[in-house]
Design a protein around this ligand. Structure first.
Ligand code: NAD
Ligand code: UD1
Length: 333
């Protein structure tokens, strides 16, 4: 079986390519490298010892996307390609809506023309919006608090409407919680440019000495230690979740929204101290004001993924930090 992975050179996509190849699938990557590089494709080949076909294509270029489907036959598509920086989406809403929504529309159009109707889409826990009670369950109403989040809500809606037109479609809307960590080889991982927005990449840069201390956004939340609580998931658990979701999608039709999370909440300080253990140093932090738009706490109800995919997370906080540190420390300087 051959699978097209859009955004396959990115953080989650590259790890998923490894899991797909190790599960016996052939993989083709489609990426314009706006937030990644072809080096990730070479690293995937190095880890697995298998060839990956790479298309340097922008999803905004409909003809180029159609040409990929004319050239090759795909049994299914995993669609990661998109812009993902929440803060940037507030200052560049048109660019985010255009890239994420038009890109997804072009992909679906090319898939329909090629009669390829199995699609696994990267959604996010952000679609649960600001008011749902925790833990989040798939049937809850969706909304968003940023243009980025709205692109996910809108693409979910668009895909649901598409599936309603033709019973042959099989579409999975995977709602990721907080993906962190790296492949245990240390060859692929998350390497954001500049000052990271997300917690673990920020702590990693404190550990390398590039940043002086962690700013903990809020120490007075109604949580066990006063800091924000999230559901962190090792990126390799997430990658394996995609293989299970794909297997399910290949043998069913219709639309399913499914949480991919551990079901367990971890505070900022718990993660920080786990990272100190992983890198073997004491690190500095300061409690700072809350970050605008942050929720105090959320985590997944992971039971649907268990029921449908027989999948649950297996890697703990210490392995998330250890694998992140192995990647970060071997890519310093
Ligand atoms: P990433 O930026 O590392 O990967 C995205 C990839 O898509 C990059 O390689 C980028 O070059 C490519 N891309 C972007 N626009 C493109 C276009 N128009 N045409 C072709 N390629 C394009 O991000 P990631 O963390 O791996 O996230 C993957 C997906 O998962 C995204 O859709 C993101 O919104 C979603 N997601 C991520 C997180 C997270 O915390 N990382 C959480 C929830 C959901
Ligand atoms: C953020 C996005 C969310 C996206 C998710 C992907 C925002 C507002 N939300 O969520 O839409 O789906 O990433 O993983 O950007 N923290 C600090 N100091 C830091 C960075 C973070 O204390 O320097 C805290 C935050 O307040 C939060 C926790 O760490 O409590 C996790 O933050 P982060 O990694 O940015 O993820 P989310 O806020 O969950």
């Amino acid at each position: 079986m051959r699978i097209l992975v859009t955004g396959g050179a990115g953080f989650i996509g590259s790890h998923t390519c490894v899991s797909l190849l190790e599960s016996g699938y052939e993989v083709a990557v489609l990426d314009n490298y706006v937030n990644s590089s072809p080096a990730a494709v070479a690293a995937i080949e190095q880890i697995t010892g298998k060839k990956v076909l790479a298309y340097e294509v922008d999803l905004l270029d409909l003809e180029a996307v159609q040409a990929v489907f004319q050239k090759d036959h795909f049994d299914g598509v995993i669609h990661f390609a998109g812009l993902k920086a929440v803060g940037e989406s507030v200052s560049k809403p048109l660019e985010y809506y255009h890239n994420n929504i038009t890109g997804s529309l072009n992909l679906c159009r090319a898939m329909r023309e090629a009669d390829c109707k199995v699609l696994v889409f990267s959604s996010s826990a952000t679609v649960y919006g600001p008011v749902n009670p925790i833990p989040y369950v798939e049937g809850m109403p969706t909304s968003a608090t940023s243009p980025y989040g709205w692109t996910k809500v809108m693409i979910e809606q668009m895909l649901t409407d598409l599936a309603a037109t033709d019973p042959a479609w099989s579409i999975s809307l995977l709602r990721y919680f907080n993906p962190v960590g790296a492949h245990e080889s240390g060859l692929i991982g998350e390497a954001p440019n500049g000052i990271p927005n997300n917690l673990m990449p920020y702590i990693a840069k404190v550990a390398t000495g590039e940043l002086p201390y962690l700013r903990v956004f809020g120490g007075d939340y109604d949580t066990p230690d006063g800091t924000g609580v999230r559901d962190y998931i090792h990126v390799m658990d997430l990658a394996e979740g995609h293989v299970k979701a794909l297997e399910y999608a290949l043998s069913h039709t219709g639309v399913e929204a499914v949480n991919l999370g551990s079901g367990k909440g971890t505070s900022v300080l718990e993660l920080f101290h786990a990272y100190e253990r992983a890198c073997g140093k004491e690190l500095a932090y300061q409690i700072c004001p809350r970050r605008a738009g942050d929720l105090p706490a959320f985590w997944a109800d992971p039971r649907k993924a268990e029921a449908l995919y027989h999948w649950h997370t297996t890697r703990d906080l210490d392995s998330m930090c250890r694998d992140s540190w192995r990647f970060t420390s071997s890519h310093m300087g």
